[in-house]
Design a protein around this ligand. Sequence first.
Ligand code: GDP
Ligand code: MG
Length: 331
Amino acid sequence: MFEVLYTICLGNESSTLAIQSWIEPLRSGDVRTLARAISTVENRTPGWSDLLKALFPHTGKARVIGLTGPPGAGKSTLVDQLARLYRKQNRTIGIVAVDPTSPYTGGAILGDRIRMQEHFSDPGIYIRSMATRGSLGGLARTTADVTAVLDASGRDVVLVETVGVGQDEVDIVRLADITVVILVPGMGDDVQTIKAGIMEIADIFVINKSDREGAERVEREIRALQSLATRNDGWTPPIVKTVASEGAGVAELAAAIANYEAYLVKENLTFKKSVHNWQERLVEMLRDVMLEKAREQLGDGKVSRLAAEVAEHKRDPYSLVEEIVGKLRNT
Ligand SMILES: Nc1nc2c(ncn2[C@@H]2O[C@H](COP(=O)(O)OP(=O)(O)O)[C@@H](O)[C@H]2O)c(=O)[nH]1
Ligand SMILES: [Mg+2]
């Protein structure tokens, strides 16, 4: 009762107070607090931004590894294997799966129940599946924020799985220290189709399902594309062949990841990379906030009415945008 009154009286301030009380248990590894904190951030529940502000000083310590590639490539299987390997090294793991078909929900979608239960009983691995639709803060941003919570909670490694061959893959780079792109044999010309985005973001290539025919061909294709593009950090992404379902090549992948980490350190690139990532993310955050403010200013349905006026050529869109931005400046 007292708590209710307290909440009513203090409004927003109380959520700030409540959130302050989460920091310590979160930092000492309490999994329930971690789950609550992640939900708060994911659902944009009141206090979410205060939470992120309070956690920010504790972030930046986890190694964030993004794994991306087409559906069915074996990303979840590989993440699972990497998580096992890192656990053997006594590192704590957070997994963020931005893939609705990932077997991480505990739903045993791909017959992985036993394996996942193994993980669930190990507090050293925390798995969170992200809702991919209707994500309030935008998927890339929410994923980054959830990753930050895991980072602040003291996880040594955060593995982020994203599906898709489009913007998602490019967005993930902004939050990952290391990006692993997973390809499989038999993709045909797909390597060509996805090359534009992928060549730039892959720090390491994995050819999974190397037990299947065509792994060499995929490797040749990647090599051919690599010869066309040079990275400005001077790194040549290695190609690691894996059979994730059998655990083959996973140690080699972990070694490739460690090599790249060492390269970043040796070349003094860690900070530079971080600045670059934050530059992208800051612009994105600003864009979100400004857009939100513009929407508030315009009110419901106004955008579609204005769009109709432009379509009918009653107004020109250039002056219109200037007008809206001008009003924002005065608020
Ligand atoms: N043959 C073969 N199958 C694999 C391999 N890795 C994963 N799989 C299977 O491929 C399917 C899709 O794997 P999953 O990890 O869910 O792929 P995701 O959609 O990329 O996350 C599952 O049935 C896995 O057991 C592999 O190296 N070889
Ligand atoms: Mg998956």
